[in-house]
Design a protein around this ligand. Structure first.
Ligand code: IPD
Ligand code: CA
Ligand code: CA
Ligand code: CA
Length: 266
């Protein structure tokens, strides 16, 4: 018997994502400071990345003390059938510069499946939500991604992971993709890119390097809006490659990217 409800998880996740967003807006200094760097000098962390994750973890623990949590800043804690997947600020570089495109992303996984997701794009006041089987929503409107778009007419969002060795290959892949699509958008937040896809603001998305917390919530928003998400050759999404688009365009994008071997390092 199932002892959880995706809609209840979503309500809690949304409440927490909104509270974290309010805290971040209230505490964001005019010029946030880089506290540390991670995989490369351009992969930055601010004090508020950590504060946001601490707040989110505290609220999850208050409400559901036995659940597991995977967060970008705090790693993996706990065990059990329910796991929360947290990106406390997705788009830290935008947050640093005051570019109004960063998000709090929280997903809930039950028995290994993502069942609820919220992406709070804080500076825009847009809160995207999805519960498995219940659709994707923004401000009371049900979302549908664009369908029937050919690759050469498609607006494609992408991102560039920070790990050393990746960027030169990403540039090569981009040089191959750009002349074959309508245009490229690099927003700076994978969670926001996937929500933009759900809302029909872009047609497709691909990226090499994204981690689970980058796409867990936004991926559910996109799939509940009719998109397909996955990796290469039927594999699940992974840092190797994550692709998202409506069926049809997904396959075209996949077939464009697959021969480029985006896994190799420069
Ligand atoms: C990053 C953003 C960016 C993507 C990177 C991510 P962060 O997350 O989602 O759009 O291109 O791959 O690492 O570090 O700002 O949470
Ligand atoms: Ca992220
Ligand atoms: Ca982050
Ligand atoms: Ca980060």
């Amino acid at each position: 018997m199932t002892s959880w409800s995706a809609v209840e998880f979503l309500e809690l996740a949304e409440r927490i994502a909104r509270e974290a967003g309010e805290m971040l807006l209230a505490k964001r200094p005019a010029r946030p400071e880089v506290l540390a760097t991670k995989s490369s000098p351009t992969d930055v962390v601010t004090a508020l990345d950590r504060a946001s994750e601490e707040l989110i973890r505290a609220r999850i623990k208050e409400a559901r003390p036995h659940d597991a949590i995977l967060g970008e800043e705090g790693g993996a804690t706990g065990g059990g059938r329910v796991r929360w997947v947290v990106d406390p600020i997705d788009g830290t570089v935008n947050f640093l510069y005051g570019v109004p495109e960063w998000a709090v992303s929280i997903a809930v996984e039950a028995d290994g499946e993502i069942v609820a997701g919220v992406v709070n794009i804080v500076p825009r006041g847009e809160v995207f939500t999805a519960a498995r089987g219940e659709g994707a929503w923004l401000a009371g409107e049900r979302l549908r991604c664009n369908s029937g778009v050919r690759l050469d007419r498609a607006l494609i969002a992408t991102g560039f992971g920070y790990e050393p060795g990746r960027r030169a290959v990403q540039a090569e892949v981009l040089a191959h993709v750009l002349p074959r699509v309508r245009d490229i958008r690099r927003g700076g937040s994978a969670a926001s890119d996937l929500c933009a896809l759900a809302a029909g603001r872009v047609d497709g998305y691909y990226e090499r390097g994204p981690q689970y917390w980058d796409w867990a919530a936004g991926g559910l928003v996109a799939t509940e809006a009719g998109a397909r998400i996955g990796g290469l050759h039927g594999r699940p999404c992974s840092p190797e490659l994550t692709i998202c688009a409506a069926p049809g365009l997904f396959e075209e994008l996949h077939d464009l990217l697959a021969p480029l071997d985006p896994e190799r390092d420069a």
